[in-house]
Design a protein around this ligand. Structure first.
Ligand code: GTP
Ligand code: MG
Length: 198
């Protein structure tokens, strides 16, 4: 994929702020700190387009990015951040549900899981939720640079088991740091978006 243009369209806290576009969209979900914003930057080869942070809870709004005027990436706020109040958690669920329900151009919502961590109850629920909306259920195993190749294989099988994934092609290792997996994920995204490889 040749990135000719990558820009933040809007950081949306409510539905009225979602950009009115017809281009297809891919959304990134997952626990806080798993690397959603970093993945967006790595895919687009931009260091600081999406704001990242060492402490969880950085992205709190739904952030829409326009790429090449062809499609959007959507950075979702992370879940499972312990310090967040019950009220904020409810708001998060509500915000996400409104987005998932009403967004016709949303082609896929991918779930990011830290490759080193066994998925937790929140991850399992998110995965079930994604599938209940009839999305395929692709999982990106992030921070793969932290493990050796053989450790990666072991950890991927743990994630598969925990999320009850039978089809190995649904889970892809990725690293925003080393850029491992960028090409494979673009291949997947081009398919999802119905775009020709460039
Ligand atoms: P929230 O916005 O809080 O939901 O987090 P997020 O999922 O957007 O995570 P973010 O991209 O901000 O990354 C969190 C931390 O993980 C940062 O310190 C990143 O530098 C680090 N990180 C992200 N991706 C990778 C990776 O592939 N490898 C390594 N080693 N660190 C990573
Ligand atoms: Mg983020």
């Amino acid at each position: 994929m040749i990135i000719r243009k990558a820009e933040l369209l809007i950081t949306a806290a409510k539905k009225e702020q979602y950009p009115i576009t017809v281009v297809p969209e891919i959304a990134f979900s997952g626990k806080s700190n798993v690397g959603k914003s970093s993945m967006i930057n790595a895919m687009l080869n931009r260091k600081k387009l999406a704001r990242t942070s060492g402490s969880p809870g950085k992205t709190q709004t739904i952030n829409f990015y326009n790429i090449n005027d062809q499609f959007n990436f959507v950075d979702l706020p992370g879940y499972g951040y312990a310090k967040v109040s019950k009220q904020k958690k409810d708001k998060w669920g509500e915000m996400l549900e409104i987005y998932l329900k009403g967004r016709n151009q949303l082609k896929e919502i991918v779930l990011l899981i830290d490759i080193r961590h066994e998925p937790g109850i929140n991850d399992q629920q998110m995965y079930e939720w994604i599938k209940s909306y009839n999305f395929t259920g692709y999982v990106i195993a992030t921070k793969a640079d932290k493990l050796s190749r053989s450790q990666q294989i072991k950890c991927i099988s743990v994630i598969k088991k925990c999320l009850d994934i039978k089809d190995s092609s649904l889970i892809l290792p990725f690293s925003a740091t080393s850029k491992a997996g960028v090409e494979d994920v673009w291949g997947l995204f081009e398919n999802i978006l119905g775009l020709e490889a460039e």
